[in-house]
Design a protein around this ligand. Structure first.
Ligand code: ARG
Length: 487
């Protein structure tokens, strides 16, 4: 040994360490262990192992009674984990080795048959695929509930009018139902992204081995079917090398969190004294430790804050994967904390926003008051001139001058007499004043996707019907997944 070389410390014995004569340095054990977070995969790992054990029996690679012993032991371990009595050991590195080692203490040497024709590389890919399927479905169901609450609450607010904003400046009047249905549209696309991903996670990694499959006559179709996949993956190298499905989840979660953050920002604004449009329920707001009068919108603020970590998790894994040669590299273990964090963050944020919307109070009068300013109908005036044959750019200029005069004289846009209006443009007829009526303005906006009363009501009903259909489909898929879980 060279004088500069550090003496190997008294380390930790290696599990499955036949090749080694030395032990693992304690710092390395701590550094490389992942069981403290990848234990979140336990139920998927056990489900994958049960399917694998049954397949090994079906192909004759393991005697049937041994497979039964393995399955019974794995079920036992599942209960231990659920009960919180499982002895997680960081020396056993990850969840896969923890479960296998525990199986050995429970059923003895037979446990050594479970890992036949399997590597932790295809095992972790399988666990992750099952986790993704489950988590996407949970996100779809949670987003469904949030949208159902928004639709139900919108029913009472078809006639609640408030200013719509661009640049955070009052732009044109809208109905509150229309505003909330905008959230629903956005959240529907979020749910669809999770649905798309779930359908893309349709091939089973199990049987890809470490990189090049196996010399043993495994039946990959058998495990694929048992685990609810359409078919086995087509290429063993891609199977163990790729994490794009995880990245896709992180991307869908980041997009959804950014959308939830924008909704939250409006809740914060609208509950301020300056807006006064809504009041959050006591159950969904908090007080100040110093200022007795405060009622703070902490829930939407925290949702807004948490969108940052969802974006960070996406960037983190993209960066981890960027330079990796094919196939598996241990760097890829870094996929899990972002994945679990984004999944939990998303779940919690959707849940609290659902409760926030279900319980908040709307100040209908305050919204109506804010929408009263006739200035918000300036576009309507310009469009009246267009109807009279005036080119839009000219009409815009004319109404712009009227608005300028209002600002100069400190009067409202509806204060001009018919004669004064005719001075601005002869095409203004005698009835122009009525044009600045809010209800008439809404009634004219009956294009598809517009703010007319009937248009909004129809959109609301169509959305409610779509959600009911979606609920049926998702519940059926949930039942199917749960049935598979008990196999
Ligand atoms: N904990 C590992 C991971 O998450 C499992 C796969 C380990 N494979 C290996 N060859 N060390 O990536």
């Amino acid at each position: 040994m060279s004088p500069n070389k550090k003496e190997e410390r008294d380390g930790v014995a290696k599990p499955w360490g036949g090749r080694f004569s030395g032990k693992t340095d304690p710092t390395v054990e701590r550094f490389s262990a992942s069981v403290h977070f990848d234990k979140a995969l336990a139920r998927y790992d056990i489900r994958g192992s049960i399917a694998h054990a049954r397949m090994l029996a079906a192909t004759g690679l393991v005697p049937a009674e041994d497979a039964d012993t393995l399955v019974a032991g794995l079920r036992n371990i599942e209960q231990e984990i659920e009960a919180g009595s499982f002895p997680f050991d960081p020396a056993l590195e990850d969840i896969h080795m923890n479960i296998e080692a525990r199986l050995r203490t429970q059923v003895g040497a037979v446990a050594g048959r479970l890992h036949t024709g399997r590597s932790r590389n295809d095992q972790v890919a399988t666990d992750t695929a099952l986790f993704l399927r489950d988590t996407c479905l949970a996100a779809e169901l949670a987003l469904l509930e949030l949208r159902q609450v928004l639709v139900e609450r919108s029913r009472d607010h078809v006639d609640t009018v408030l200013p719509g904003y661009t640049h955070l400046q009052r732009a044109q009047p809208v109905r509150l139902a229309h505003h909330w249905l905008a959230y629903v549209e956005m959240l529907t696309r979020d749910a669809e992204r999770f649905g798309d991903l779930r359908r893309r996670v349709r091939r089973s990694p199990l049987g890809a081995g470490a990189i090049a499959g196996s010399t043993l006559p495994l039946d990959r179709n058998h495990t694929a079917e048992a685990l609810g996949f359409e078919a086995p993956t087509r290429n063993s190298m891609d199977t163990v090398a790729s994490r794009d499905l995880v990245i896709e989840f992180l991307s869908a979660a980041a997009i959804c969190m950014v959308n939830l953050s924008r909704i939250s920002e409006e809740l914060v604004l609208w509950s301020s004294t300056e807006f006064g449009f809504i009041e959050l329920a006591d159950a969904y707001s908090t007080g100040s430790s110093l200022m007795p009068q405060k009622k703070n919108p902490d829930v939407p603020e925290i949702v807004r804050g948490k969108s940052g970590r969802a974006v960070g998790n996406l960037v983190s894994l993209l960066t981890t994967m960027k330079g990796l040669p094919f196939t598996y590299n241990r760097d890829m273990q870094e996929d899990k904390e972002p994945l679990f964090d984004s999944a939990a963050t998303l779940r919690d944020c959707i849940e609290v926003l659902t409760g926030t919307f279900a319980t908040l109070d709307v100040d209908v009068d305050c919204m109506a008051q804010a929408a009263q300013d006739p200035m918000l109908l300036a576009t309507d005036l310009a469009e009246l001139l267009v109807r009279e044959g005036v080119p839009f750019r000219e009409a815009h200029e004319v109404v712009g001058k009227m608005v300028g005069r209002c600002a100069q004289d400190g009067v409202a846009l509806d204060a001009f007499s018919a004669e004064q209006m005719a001075e601005f443009h002869p095409a203004f007829g005698a009835s122009s004043g009525e044009l600045l009526d809010l209800e008439r303005s809404f009634a004219r906006r009956d294009l598809v996707g517009g703010t007319a009363r009937d248009t909004v009501s129809e959109a609301l009903e169509a959305t409610a019907r779509d959600l009911a259909e979606e609920a049926q489909a998702l519940e059926a898929q949930r039942a199917e997944e749960d049935a598979g879980d008990g196999s």
